[in-house]
Each structure stands twice: as structure tokens, then as C-alpha cells.
Design a protein around this ligand. Structure first.
Ligand code: FNR
Length: 386
């Protein structure tokens, strides 16, 4: 309401109102390295493109004069994996935010906490788990890239638990990085790494592996980076290893990066409480199925046993509605707020998130829906798409 009224009053916002506008402004204003890192996807980037196009295969059919709630009575809230959120939206885990803005994950955690929505902190963060936990309120989850050392994995999970995370998200689609031409062309991978290892450098299990503290010299830091590289990828994790996570924490566990219903079934059988349908924004397997196309079959397969979330391609309020109608309880929002962070720090994150929230709220209300729980497939028809 506030956003809308300030527009009616003639105030011109300092940042663009749409995801596409934020991306265009970021392309102009961020360094080529930072922009390429955020915008880039795997190989030809066709999965990244089809993530967006998939939403056009579904159309909302708004309903009229049926007593839908007035704006102040609309209920956007939802409970997912035991976390109560003011709206079914969390910020996706995005690593190395220090490359984009110095305030990085601390800015994101404080803004999402202020708005009452969720956030998921990346393992590859530029800020420590403890610093982010201190500002993120009760609505944040921790994302684990399972390192090739279980003792280190356990240490990260326990730190997140102690710092106040309310769920653990284990990312399954990244045993190693995808083929990312934009990052390779800009030649800044070493820089990226050094900005994304705060939670290794601050971890006692990791530090015990280093002969010299990384703070002591440039050479010692370089050795720490190489040690991180040797530990980052883990091709040995199996779905059954979710049971290990269960020993390390009593928090709800979600597996992120699932697009096959059988993998969703296996994750739930191994003890996962949630599935995040995602193809990592098209950054891992180019040519992969769009996340939205994967959502419906997974919701049918395990939606009665686990909380389903989705990401990869959410750009506007209608996208949130379509994902919810196809079986997601909540969505993770990715790139647009990262552009906001790069453009204006915490203010930019707030702007991007409030714009999505307002768009979602208005679109839901105008479609004749009073609460998130009412959103289901009956609101949609299939279109021919593109
Ligand atoms: C990501 N993503 C990601 N996922 C994850 O589990 N851990 C991580 O550290 C990161 N890092 C990361 C960095 C950047 C720059 C991007 C764009 C993405 C994937 C992220 O959580 C989410 O799946 C995608 O961003 C969804 O795609 P869209 O909607 O942003 O295109």
C-alpha cells in the first residue's frame, strides 16, 4: 500500500520497480565481474531462459465479485518447515555476496527479518554464520554445501544451529561448479573464492587443517583457499547420508536442487522434511528441465509427506502464485534482490523484496484470492506458452 500510495503522490522511486529493470540497472552500474557472476548461468544459458518461459505455460484466471478480502484483511502468511513467514517467500541462498556489496549477507538477514519473510544463508557466504544469525531474527535457514569432510560438515551445521537457524537446506545439485562461461571469461574465479570462504576461515575444524593461520600472510591465505578448493566438492554424498545430518541436528532438513520425482521420494525416505525444486537458476546443468516443469510431478509424488518449495525463475507476483498453485508452499527468490544489493545495499534488497511482496499481494487480491491457502490448481489454465 505504501509503495502504491507514494507512486500516486508522484514520488519517483530511486530504483526500478521490476526484476528486469533491476537487472538492467545492475548491468550498467555493477562491475562486469559482479554482474557476470550474478547474471551468468551454465553454458548456453538456455535452462536459465526456460526457467522464465515455463511460467508462461500457465495462466491465472481471476475471479470476480465473490467477496475476496480487502487489502488489510488478506492473509499472505504461511508456515513452512515449522517457520512462520509473513509471506511465502524466502531469499534464496546466494554465495559470495561480498563481491556485490560489503554489507553482504548481514544486509539481507536484517532486511528479511524486518519484513518477516525468510532467508537462506549460503555456505559460500562472505559473512560468518554467527554475524548473520545475530541480525536475522527467527526466520532464517542455513544452506549446506556438503564439504568433502564430514567433520567439517558437522561443524558448519552445528554452528548454524547454535546461531539460530531454523532449518538446514542441503544443496544436492552442486557436487562441483557448473560450466560457467561468463565467470571463466572474466577470469575472476580466484577472487570469487577468497570472498566466499568466511565460514571456512572461521571454522575450528577447517583451521585445524592449516599449518599457519590464514590471517598471518598472503601466502597463508592462499593455502587456505587451496584447502577450501580441495574440500568444496563432494561427489560421495548419497541420499542416505541425510541420516547423518539428522544426527547432527534436530532442525528440519530440506534438500535443494531436486528435479526428479524419484529423487524427491528418496530424499523423503531418507528423512528429509522438505524438497526445494530447483535447477540452481540454470547455473549447473544447461539443457536441464525448467524448475517449474519439475514442480508439479514432485508435488504429486511427495507433497503429502514433505513441504515443497521451488526456485529458479521467480520474477514477479504472478510467478509466486503459479508456483503455489502447482504445489509449492513457498518460493525462494534469487537474482533480482542480489541486483538490488549491488545497486544500493540493504535499501536495494528492501526495495526488491517489497516490490515482489506488493506485486504478489495485489495480484492475489485482484485474482479474487483472500489467503495463500486458497491458491490451488483451480486458479490456473494451461496455455500454449512459447
Ligand atoms: C546461487 N545459488 C546458490 N544456491 C545454493 O544452494 N548455494 C549457493 O551458494 C548459491 N549461490 C548462488 C549465487 C548466485 C550468484 C546465484 C544467481 C545463485 C542458487 C540460488 O539459491 C537459486 O537456486 C537460484 O538463484 C534461483 O534462480 P533465479 O530465480 O535466481 O534465476
Amino acid at each position: 500500500n505504501e509503495i502504491y500510495l507514494s507512486g500516486l503522490g508522484g514520488t519517483v522511486p530511486s530504483l526500478p520497480m521490476t526484476a528486469a529493470g533491476l537487472e538492467a540497472a545492475a548491468r550498467e552500474q555493477l562491475s562486469p565481474e559482479a554482474f557476470g557472476y550474478i547474471a551468468g548461468s551454465a553454458s548456453t544459458e538456455r535452462t536459465a531462459a526456460s526457467n522464465l518461459r515455463a511460467f508462461e505455460k500457465h495462466a491465472i484466471v481471476p475471479r470476480m465479485f465473490r467477496g475476496a478480502a480487502a487489502p488489510d484483511a488478506r492473509d499472505l502468511s504461511v508456515e513452512v518447515l515449522g517457520t512462520r513467514l509473513a509471506a511465502p517467500i524466502l531469499t534464496a541462498p546466494v554465495g559470495v555476496l561480498g563481491l556485490v556489496h560489503d554489507d553482504a549477507e548481514v544486509a539481507v538477514g536484517s532486511v528479511t527479518s524486518e519484513l518477516g519473510i525468510g532467508s537462506v544463508l549460503s555456505t559460500a557466504a562472505s559473512s560468518t554464520i554467527e554475524d548473520v544469525g545475530a541480525v536475522s531474527g527467527d526466520n532464517w535457514w542455513y544452506q549446506l554445501y556438503w564439504p568433502a569432510d564430514d567433520e567439517l560438515a558437522e561443524s558448519l551445521v552445528r554452528r548454524a544451529d547454535i546461531a539460530g537457524a531454523k532449518a538446514i537446506v542441503v544443496t544436492a545439485d552442486t557436487p562441483g561448479m557448473g560450466w560457467r562461461p561468463r565467470d571463466l571469461e572474466l577470469g575472476h574465479l580466484p577472487f570469487l573464492r577468497a570472498k566466499g570462504i568466511a565460514n571456512y576461515l572461521s571454522d575450528p575444524v577447517f583451521r585445524a587443517k592449516l599449518a599457519t593461520p590464514p590471517e598471518e600472510s598472503a601466502e597463508a591465505l592462499q593455502i587456505a583457499v587451496l584447502t577450501w578448493v580441495s574440500l568444496f566438492g563432494n561427489h560421495a554424498v548419497r541420499m542416505a547420508d541425510i541420516a547423518k545430518l539428522r544426527q547432527w541436528t534436530s532442525l528440519p532438513i530440506a534438500v535443494k536442487g531436486i528435479v526428479h520425482p524419484d529423487d524427491a521420494r528418496a530424499a523423503v525416505a531418507a528423512g528429509a522434511d522438505g524438497i526445494i525444486v530447483s535447477n540452481h537458476g540454470g547455473r549447473q546443468v544447461d539443457g536441464a528441465i525448467s524448475a517449474l516443469d519439475a514442480l508439479g510431478p514432485i508435488a504429486s509424488a511427495v507433497g503429502h509427506e514433505a513441504d515443497i518449495l521451488m526456485d529458479s525463475g521467480i520474477r514477479c507476483g504472478a510467478d509466486v502464485i503459479i508456483a503455489l498453485a502447482l504445489g509449492a508452499k513457498a518460493v525462494l527468490y534469487g537474482r533480482p534482490w542480489v541486483y538490488g544489493l549491488g545497486l544500493a545495499g540493504a535499501d536495494g534488497v528492501r526495495h526488491a523484496l517489497r516490490s515482489l511482496l506488493a506485486d504478489f499481494d495485489l495480484t492475489m487480491g485482484l485474482a479474487g484470492v483472500s489467503s495463500v491457502g486458497e491458491i490451488d490448481r483451480s486458479l490456473l489454465v494451461a496455455t500454449s506458452g512459447h
